[in-house]
Ligand binder design. Structure first.
Ligand code: C2O
Ligand code: CU
Length: 489
């Protein structure tokens, strides 16, 4: 893998072209990969604001304060947890310097953004990794409005503190709210438990503190939304322990837009605001028909926006890990004098049947046009039976047969979960639509698929390249549960 100072565009387009040439010499009925010129042409057609944002992402070791006197060493962006919010307007050009002071190579992926393929941040597929002590320039248009985030696409680095919100405003859809609060959820191990690489080793050995009751499964009687295998030492909201949470002050009666991001490596969360109802407005950055909920559940990688109007006092926002002990919290305070609720208060809303992203309906403006798919591909999720190996269509990633698509087609992914736990399936470069008979399914890039369940997703092929499709459980992805969606000619 090339690393070090590079002009990403040239380096990666080279990689794509090499791929195309390689295939030319293969047997004649092998479809050819789409070329770099087409990737570039699609970028040139994107709507732009004419504005350029320059920024730096410094990936490095950091000491972070989780609260309650707990200071730990981890890897983070800019030394803070979560990394500083990156905020842009759809159509802005981003010129990002990724500086790598980590003791190993890294990359950055813009989760939820339908970016140009060669900046998608997947070493070996789209974007060269950035070696230890090196830096790289990434230059691209940020196309997708909404609540998104960024993280490395390199081994299990995601389970450290390397994540930051990426909020993209839509000038055409300003939203109906007065204030906003970004809420980043994370399962935490650094400084309190084994390092992520050690967790992966222990999971593969079949030892260690499984959250479930058996190898690679959440166990009988576990929640259908449980999507993790490891009992992390703590659950953080905006980088803080539940016993010493972030306290945010908002105006009483204000419409507060929560932008909730599940940045965990191995944990789905149900989220409530004690004593309140939320109006869910967006899923994975895309507007939905607003719906009231007392409890929502987010798989790893998913985002949900919800508006809440706070009554006087202090409301606990609580994130409960599915089928694992512990609680993450933050406090939303409207009056300086109100007494904060006790840290181990478990709001009753946590026991309500949670609303999931896949049950939402897309707002009219973002529904795909009604049309039959041009091709159908199966995505069968399985594994975890007797060994910590996870597969898509019966194959681990090393041995994968990529899904294929032609530009302009509509692809239907028939996702079937043949395992005993939930998996948050994530698609790069596109936002699919959950298939419903009336065409109203939510737009999603990450869908939490419960055990033995089936979900169908329609994808319009409008962003050529080679794209990852994978489980957003970092340990499952590293243990095989990934494939690619490749554009062919
Ligand atoms: Cu959030 Cu493949 O990534
Ligand atoms: Cu999984």
């Amino acid at each position: 893998m090339t690393s070090g100072p590079l002009t990403p565009r040239r380096a990666v387009l080279g990689l794509l072209l090499a791929g195309a040439t390689g295939l030319l010499t293969a047997c004649s009925d092998t479809p050819r990969s789409i070329g770099a010129d087409r990737v570039r042409a699609v970028e040139a057609l994107r709507a732009t604001t004419g504005r350029t944002l320059r920024l730096r992402l410094d990936a490095g070791s950091a000491r972070v304060d989780l609260g309650a006197g707990t200071v730990v060493s981890t890897w983070a962006y800019g030394g803070v947890l979560p990394g500083a919010m990156l905020r842009a307007t759809a159509g802005d050009r981003l010129r990002v310097t990724l500086a790598n002071a980590l003791p190993e190579a890294t990359s950055v992926h813009w989760h939820g953004q339908a970016v140009r393929n060669d900046v998608d941040g997947v070493p070996g597929v789209t974007t060269p990794e950035v070696g230890e002590g090196r830096s790289a320039e990434l230059d691209f248009i940020v196309p997708t409005p909404g609540t998104h985030w960024l993280h490395p696409h390199h081994g299990v680095q995601l389970d450290r503190g390397l994540y930051a919100p990426l909020i993209v405003d839509d000038p055409h859809e300003p939203g109906d709210y007065d204030e906003e609060v970004v809420v980043v959820l994370d399962d935490w191990t650094d400084g309190l438990g084994p390092a992520p690489a050690e967790i992966l080793r222990q999971l593969r050995r079949g030892s260690g503190a499984h959250a479930g009751h058996g190898m690679g499964g959440a166990g009988i009687g576990a929640s259908p939304w449980a999507a993790g295998d490891w009992q992390h030492a703590a659950h953080l909201v905006n980088g803080r322990l539940g016993t010493d949470p972030v306290v945010t002050t908002v105006r009483p009666g204000a419409r507060v837009r929560l932008r909730i991001i599940n940045a965990a490596a191995d944990t789905a969360y149900r989220v409530v605001v004690g004593g309140h109802r939320m109006s869910v407005t967006h899923s994975d950055g895309f507007p939905v028909v607003p719906v009231e909920a007392r409890c929502v559940v987010l798989g790893m990688g998913e985002r949900l926006d919800a508006v809440v109007v706070l009554s006087d006092g202090v409301a606990p926002l609580v994130a409960a890990p599915e089928s694992k002990p512990g609680l993450g919290r933050m406090l939303l305070r409207t009056s300086p004098l109100a007494k904060a609720p006790d840290p181990d208060v478990r709001p009753g809303e946590l026991d309500v049947e949670p609303l999931t992203g896949a049950r939402l309906h897309a707002a009219d403006a973002v529904r795909l046009d009604r049309r039959d798919p041009d091709r159908v591909e199966d995505v069968v999720l399985s594994g975890g039976m007797g060994s910590f190996t996870w597969t898509i269509n019966g194959r681990a990633y090393d041995d994968t047969r990529p899904l294929r698509i032609r530009e302009g087609e509509r692809l239907r992914l028939r996702v079937v979960n043949h395992s005993m736990m939930a998996h948050p399936l994530h698609l790069h470069g596109h936002t699919a639509q959950v298939v419903r008979p009336d065409g109203s399914g939510a737009r999603k890039d990450t869908v939490l698929v419960p055990p033995m369940a089936r979900v169908e997703l329609d994808v319009d092929a409008d962003n050529p390249g080679a794209w990852m499709v994978h489980c957003h459980n970092a340990y499952h992805a590293e243990s095989g549960m990934m494939t690619r969606l490749e554009y062919v000619l």
